[in-house]
Design a protein around this ligand. Structure first.
Ligand SMILES: [Zn+2]
Length: 345
């Protein structure tokens, strides 16, 4: 069985920096025509100049025709001037909001969103989307409840204060988040990862702790996975593809204190196809992967198509990652869909 879809976008990728970028971009560009690069480098990308320089570093090692769009990292010092410059740049498409301490390299994020009111108003006026890591970081809140609490305590008041602000709730993991997006107006959308569509916390924790299934927000229950699958494969167009592919060198994952992040880029489309097939919705994969996100961001569709075949293949046990190695998601497992090529037209 063959499947051909318009060349898709990945609206959430951690390309990293330095030598590893080439290894990541090779995998992403094999399947996607465009990707949104996350700004949580060290130090983070606080200005348009930094974000655009990072974009150029990625493009330098990317194949011709691959497009990268960049984001700013929101801090409590971000200025309205920076927002207006970003809004005027065709290559900067959003601003990422990390609650301080929520995930990898989020130390420079936001402790109190009230400090950003002017900046948020400028984004609302100029149509520049806010990309949200939606978890509270209160030590007293259970890690499995942090997304749901964020919806109530941070996102609902934010959307009420700024009803026209475009918001992308990134990598949603719960039924509560699906319900929130469904109930919200047209300015609120969400990305869904492949691993959250296919896996639950049992895969992380039953029969031994599996660090390569550890990401943030952490995998949730089967009823949450079911809600994500229904959202991704449903008719609502405000759910779209973002892998949150986040490679770490193997020693930083297989450790007594392993980093959060799943490196799904090498297997991304294969996983999404598997999830859509499970729900009998392969005919909706193209809309989810190649149309909805571009429509939300107001960007043109990619040219060309990507071909997949229902053919078994074994995911490599490890892959090059700069000077080291990275374990791809599903390493050593047999997947049922293979990306066989790209057609330029
Ligand atoms: Zn991410």
């Amino acid at each position: 069985m063959e499947l051909s879809i318009a060349t898709p976008d990945d609206w959430h990728v951690h390309f990293r920096d330095g030598r590893a970028v080439g290894d990541v971009v090779r995998e992403v560009s094999r399947q996607f025509g465009r990707a949104l690069a996350m700004p949580n480098l060290r130090p983070p990308l606080r200005t348009c100049a930094e974000a655009l320089a990072y974009r150029r570093r990625i493009l330098q090692v990317a194949p011709e025709g691959f497009e990268v769009v960049a984001t700013l990292y929101l801090t409590e010092q971000t200025t309205v001037g920076e927002i207006l410059e970003a809004a005027a740049s065709p290559s900067v498409v959003g601003v990422k909001f990390y609650p301080a301490g929520a995930t990898t390299h989020s130390e420079d994020g936001i402790s109190d969103l009230a400090t950003c009111e002017e900046v948020l108003s400028a984004m609302e006026e100029s149509g520049l989307p806010l990309l949200v890591h939606g978890e509270v970081v209160d030590d007293g809140v259970d890690i499995f409840d942090r997304e749901e609490r964020f919806l109530d305590e941070v996102l609902a008041p934010l959307v009420a204060r700024h009803p026209r602000l475009k918001v992308v709730l990134e990598h949603i993991t719960t039924r509560a988040a699906v319900d929130f997006v469904n109930a919200a107006g047209p300015s609120v959308a969400a990305t869904i990862t492949a691993h959250h569509l296919l896996h639950t916390r049992n895969d992380l924790l039953v029969g031994g702790i599996r660090p390569h299934f550890y990401c943030l927000p952490v995998l949730k229950r089967s009823q949450d996975r079911r809600a994500l699958l229904e959202a991704a494969t449903g008719e609502r167009r405000r759910f779209f593809l973002g892998t949150d592919s986040a490679p770490h060198e193997v020693g930083r994952k297989e450790s007594a204190c392993g980093c959060a992040g799943c490196y799904t880029s090498p297997v991304a489309l294969a996983l999404y196809a598997t999830a859509f097939e499970e729900n009998g919705a392969l005919d909706r994969l193209e809309d989810f992967a190649s149309r909805r996100g571009a429509d939300f961001y107001g960007l043109p569709y990619n040219g060309g198509r990507v071909r997949l075949r229902r053919e078994k293949w074994e995911v490599p046990a490890s892959m090059p990652f700069g000077a080291g190695r990275v374990i791809p998601f599903a390493a050593g497992r047999t997947l049922t869909w293979t990306v066989t090529g790209r057609d330029p037209i």
